[in-house]
Ligand binder design. Structure first.
Ligand code: GUN
Length: 298
């Protein structure tokens, strides 16, 4: 039987609807959540993502500002802008779209953002809080994956989750998030990477397989066990002359073959992508709630 499709678009719409109500309440109390997004350079995918994030803010009633800079922007100028936004009262969340041009240190950028406005959950303070099992900002894509699993009835608790990829945006933070002894986690987690031997032997054990290594259609039906739940984080551009843009997006999973054996699977596009944006909005609302609570306590 073909797999159930886990519809990230639909689930993210439900989350955004409930955020709208929270935002209305905040507005009644005189607070408007605000997000500042910074884009340096002209990476086409990053431009698309930043535009999508700004549009999503507008739709739910979050105030947003987008700062676009040429790739020649000196690192010091970017750090100055972040400092200004850290102090700006109308801004509760700051994100710098990655990757930045190579001359700009992503580490310095992350460290420059006030952890209280770090809606990406990348600052070492927030990463440390997460590893300690304390409430904090969690990175948007891993958080979106966790929500997708829960809201599609695939609670990871007690399951063997195999993550393909140890990248800083997905695999690395997702593993500790899912093995913690908390609601919606409590899984046994294996992370596979370029040093993994007998990959097939491990992927075949997965109850839940998360593909996040950035290789188009890498996961095929022979690599998974029947009944597996598959989360595809890949967004690889493949040339396609039949589309207007000249390309189409494909995941890290060979959807056509894997969907014949899986119990459930996320599509690309329309799976994890919309959830990442919904979680960014959710983190921005959370930042606004926390910063306004702190201000009224002053
Ligand atoms: N580039 C790819 N994913 C992300 C993300 O979640 N946040 C930021 N800031 N940049 C990204």
């Amino acid at each position: 039987m073909p797999a159930e499709i886990i519809d990230g678009k639909k689930i993210s719409s439900e989350i955004k609807e409930s955020l709208k109500e929270k935002i209305e309440d905040l507005k009644k109390g005189g607070e408007v959540p605000g997000l500042a997004a910074i884009l340096v350079g002209d990476n086409p995918a990053s431009q698309v993502y930043v535009n999508m994030k700004a549009k999503a803010c507008e739709k739910v009633g979050i105030f947003s500002e987008v700062y676009r800079y040429p790739k020649e922007l000196p690192e010091s100028e970017l750090l100055k802008k972040i400092d200004e936004l850290n102090r700006k009262k109308t801004i509760h969340g700051i994100l710098v779209q990655f990757p930045t041009p190579r001359r700009i240190s992503e580490e310095k950028v992350i460290l420059a953002i006030d952890p209280k406005k770090d809606v990406d959950g990348f600052h070492p303070f927030n990463v440390g809080m997460m590893l300690a099992g304390k409430p904090t900002f969690l990175p948007c894509t891993p958080l979106g994956i966790q929500e997708l699993l829960l809201r599609s009835g695939n609670d990871p608790s007690g399951k063997h989750v195999v993550i393909l990829g140890r990248g800083s945006l997905v695999g690395r933070p997702l593993a500790p998030m899912l093995y913690q002894k908390t609601k919606g986690a409590n899984a046994t987690v294996t992370v596979c990477h370029t040093g993994t031997k007998d990959l097939l032997g491990i992927t075949k054990q997965a109850d839940i397989l998360v593909a996040a290594m950035g290789r188009a259609k890498f996961v095929t039906a022979d690599m998974v066990k029947p009944g597996v739940v598959v989360i595809d984080v890949g967004t690889n551009r493949m040339e396609d002359s039949t589309t207007k843009s000249g390309y189409r997006l494909v995941g890290d999973v060979d959807f056509d073959s894997v969907s014949q054996v899986a119990k459930a699977i996320t599509p690309v596009p329309g799976g994890v992508g919309p959830m990442t944006i919904a979680m960014l909005l959710s983190n921005t609302v959370k930042a606004c709630e926390m910063l306004s609570t702190n201000r009224s306590a002053d």
